[in-house]
Design a binder for this molecule. Sequence first.
Ligand code: ATP
Ligand code: MG
Length: 797
Amino acid sequence: GARPDEDLLEGLNQPQRDAVVYRGPALLIVAGAGSGKTRVLTHRIASLLRTRDAWPSQILAITFTNKAAGEMRERVQQLIGERAQGMWISTFHSACVRILRREAEQFGFTRSFTIYDSGDSRALIKRLVKEHQGDAYGLTPAAVQGKISKHKNELADAESYARQANMEDPAERVFVEIFADYQRSLQRANAFDFDDLIAQVVYLFRAFPKVADIYRKRFRHILVDEYQDTNHAQYALIHELTRPPGSDAEPFAASGGMMIFEPEPTGEDAASLTVVGDSDQSIYAFRGADIRNITEFERDYPGAKVVLLEQNYRSTQNILSAANAVISNNFDRKDKKLWTDVGAGAKIIGFTGYSQHDEAQFVADEIESLHKGGLDYSAIAVFYRTNSQSRALEEIFIRSALPYKIMGGTKFYDRAEIKDAMAYVTAVVNPADEMAVRRILNKPRRGIGDVTETSIARYAADEGITFRDALANASALGVGPKIQAAITQLDKVLAEAAEIMIPASGELPPPTSVAEGVTLLLQKSGYLDALRVSKDPQDEARLENLDELVAVTREFARSNPEGTVIDFLTEVALVADADDLEDASGSVSLMTLHTAKGLEYDSVFLTGVEEDLIPHRISAGEPGGPQEERRLFYVGITRARQRLFMSLAMTRAQFGEVTVAMPSRFLQEIPADIIDWRQSPGDVNSRGGTQSRALNARRPGGSGSGFGGGSTSPRRFGDDLVPKGTSLDRFPNRVPARVRDNGAMELAAGDRIRHEDFGEGRVDAVTGEGAKRVAHVRFEKVGAKKLLVKIAPIEKL
Ligand code: ATP
Ligand code: MG
């Protein structure tokens, strides 16, 4: 008869079907972008449930973002037509938090532990670097944080790192001390940082095989999307979970191991593992992602079935050809040919702007015309390499009243007032968290200054008690009556909130308890009053943000009727992670290329396609850097379904400096016949020898023809960005795919040159140096011009 999952196979091609119905121990799906990898995973989960080969509770699926997890869960439920309770579909981090909440007591933490996001751990590291005088050894908080993170991702803790470190080197010694101190501080604060969430679960499983067995027996089907971006710790976690239960059972260590749930009675086989990935899309090496996890899968899981998918269902042929052409420049990769049957589609559109503002205006104009053509804003995305590039785009979008959302970088939870509020909640839930308690100590101002804070900290260290306990005993330090009163008041507020949020009876508090607790903390601490009486106009916005936070807690109560304050803190910690995405219905999505992974849009704008941005200046000099940057560019291209735009700017203001930008080398890798280079608007009117419109628009009274009908053109952004005395109007708009670099041209006064548009002329003088070398030229036809030697379309005669 018909298979019970027949309908789930409809609309899949043969290799996709094979992957969905395969029922062996290990399955690897390797395929290029847009070939249906994520779709296959989703259908595979649905098929496992439909055929009753798995119960929902036996499934653990790992996605790259919380948003992707939500979408996959929804899609599976649509496919099987019922709610599948107990399925774990989440990111690595969320899954590990759930495990840690259950098991933390096994190894010296409590289940109310705090999660430090990268801002929190940066703050802690900053303090430690100062205490250890790290700056005297050239250690910056950022560098220390990066290094600690890297080692944790390789499952090296402070001790194992110290064993192989070169302790002759004083900087290394100090780093080791800071690393160890950092770890002790986390432990004392009952806190995990982001990397710990995964590493500590691996340690837990290794130290307590019986605990690991609970999860090995429970999760019979483990599925991982974007496997190419797993790091060593994540790899090890999957490896631990896919060992046969009982295989390395040791006597169960002490500490009252509690069972949270009875494992399902299953066989003693290892869980089945499905991973999907594309080594051409590995873009997180800087966070420790190891491409070998995918290339060596067959060695790690002998007998694994391998499925290749080659048909792309996302993009037009032109977009795919560009992607294939670019990525084929990476060496050391398996060539795979993606094909599509949707036809050539529109050509890629290229644009070179005068400045980043001009570029942004192009993007905004094109978006408007797509929108007028009937395309929803939410079907459009704009990508950039670095977060700071969004500013110019936002400026223009706001002026054009174009609805947009910044994805991934929603800094709501990074705002000071929100962090303060969350620190209050954390101080209630996890009194051991010194960072949280210290943060709220003098917020709002209570007259508790640095001197008092430091002496409390010293007292705590001397007595071996927590900061909070030391605070409660501040009278022993001889603080004045005013400070004592303030401390007593703070303590009272925290205790009152604790009663609401964590009832001493141990009963489950009502869902509204989080909202009530937060409101109480903000009111009774005087935090809101301080903002209300303030004359700082910013404080108005801060009050609004806090209102929004209370709204978030209410929403949380609605969607998690049994959710506790700990669940709330967990959710916040995880969504605050940079790669989470917002709902962008009705708006254009703006995001970095890294955030774009796994997503798709009808129309995509790749902006800032310049040397030093992509490939990025920093990665360009690192081993493997340019290749990783090329993969990132490939990821960007392959997000587009129908239309792809690539743009760059001739000058870009960055780090307070205006630099002359060069077209990205990757542009040259795209076949010329599939890109349609639009002239810059700055080029349109210059045919007849008149000034470019872009330039006119920047000059008061400029004719600004065509655009804005002769009235003052709106294009007035960035006047200040044009280097003074520089004529850039002949930047090589028409040939941006060719890198022009006259950097080495030796020019001197008296030389004769020919300019592509201005004709012949004589050099009067050369000023400046390097990329900013300017030639002052008197042209026979157009008179005096100043040209940037490096990029001007000139040749020496
Ligand atoms: P990426 O590498 O970017 O993560 P992917 O391989 O995961 O891509 P999906 O996102 O699963 O690809 O699929 C790309 C698009 O193609 C989606 O819109 C998906 O619905 C569609 N698609 C996949 N397989 C088929 C198919 N057999 N028939 C029709 N559409 C398909
Ligand atoms: Mg995918």
